[in-house]
Write a protein that binds this ligand. Structure first.
Ligand code: SLL
Length: 145
């Protein structure tokens, strides 16, 4: 029996962060609140085929590995510095290899973009999760959305 479906299947996703300055400085010198996320490009739920997203933060943070097992796949924190967050994406079918992406947090808008207060900034990337000859189970999950 063939346990794989021939073909290439794609899911469009967006990952990135938003950030805004804190009204008052915290005792730990944190200046910004930010959220880093993986979300669908379309409205479809990602949890149909994604089991968990593991976010790796800067080792400054307590429990710097954060596992998120339901949508929205995101982590909100406060901090003062920009660094690279890596996201490892686990699928419901463990026969599918994990995917990963990384994102350099943006907390402050470059001077050139500043107009008044710049209360919130966002930085996003578009990407595609590509499944080549997925397992039958994974194929079902992918078509389910
Ligand atoms: C920098 N190389 O110097 C980077 C490091 C680390 C950011 C950024 C505080 C974390 C905490 C925080 O924002 N660290 O207090 O737990 O810009």
């Amino acid at each position: 029996t063939k346990d794989r479906v021939e073909g290439v299947f794609r899911k469009s996703v967006v990952y990135g962060n938003r950030a805004s300055p804190l009204q008052e400085k915290l005792p730990n010198d944190h200046t910004h609140r930010w959220t880093v996320y993986l979300r669908p490009f379309n409205e479809e739920p990602l949890s149909n085929f994604i089991k968990k997203v593991q976010f790796k933060l800067h080792p400054d943070y307590e429990n710097s590995t954060r596992n998120v097992e339901e949508e929205p796949f995101e982590v909100t924190e406060t901090g003062w510095g920009e660094f690279t967050v890596t996201m490892k994406i686990y699928f419901h079918d463990s026969a599918e290899r994990q995917a990963s992406c990384s994102h350099y947090l943006a907390l402050r808008a470059p001077e050139i973009f500043k107009e008044g207060d710049v209360p919130v900034i966002m930085k996003e990337n578009y990407d595609e999760l590509v499944f080549v000859n997925p397992t039958r189970r994974m194929h079902e999950l992918l078509m389910n959305t």
